[in-house]
Design a protein around this ligand. Structure first.
Ligand SMILES: [Zn+2]
Ligand SMILES: [Zn+2]
Ligand SMILES: [Zn+2]
Length: 112
């Protein structure tokens, strides 16, 4: 069991162990330094997250992204024109369906 630990990345400041160097980097910045690596760009928010995926989830759920490009048909937002170019008619349709379903699920619990 002893050589199983050899490849892990151990935090020099605490007992935390990580599989990937990037995880240790984010852990170190978040817990042991003032570095803010994953800050929400929304001016009124500015929350800092440990991992990029946490920021991505927050941006998606809170709508806190600075994406200016959007599809005129479905309203989905993209980080840049290039991503909008890859937005197919099928995914546009799917996004609109998801949006409508989401609206129904959230706003209309009682039905008869
Ligand atoms: Zn640590
Ligand atoms: Zn935010
Ligand atoms: Zn669209």
């Amino acid at each position: 069991m002893s050589n199983a630990n050899r490849r892990k990345h151990r935090c020099p400041h605490c007992a935390a162990v990580f599989r990937w160097p990037a995880e240790l980097l984010y852990h170190d910045a978040f817990h042991h330094s003032e570095r803010r690596l994953n800050v929400c760009p929304e001016a009124d928010c500015g929350r800092n997250f440990q991992f990029p995926y946490q920021l991505a989830i927050h941006q998606r759920t809170a709508g806190h992204h600075n994406w200016r490009v959007s599809c005129t048909a479905c309203g989905k937002r993209f980080a840049c024109e290039r991503f909008l170019g890859r937005h197919t008619a099928a995914s546009c349709e799917q996004y609109r369906l998801d949006y409508i379903n989401g609206q129904r699920a959230n706003g209309n619990e009682a039905h008869g």
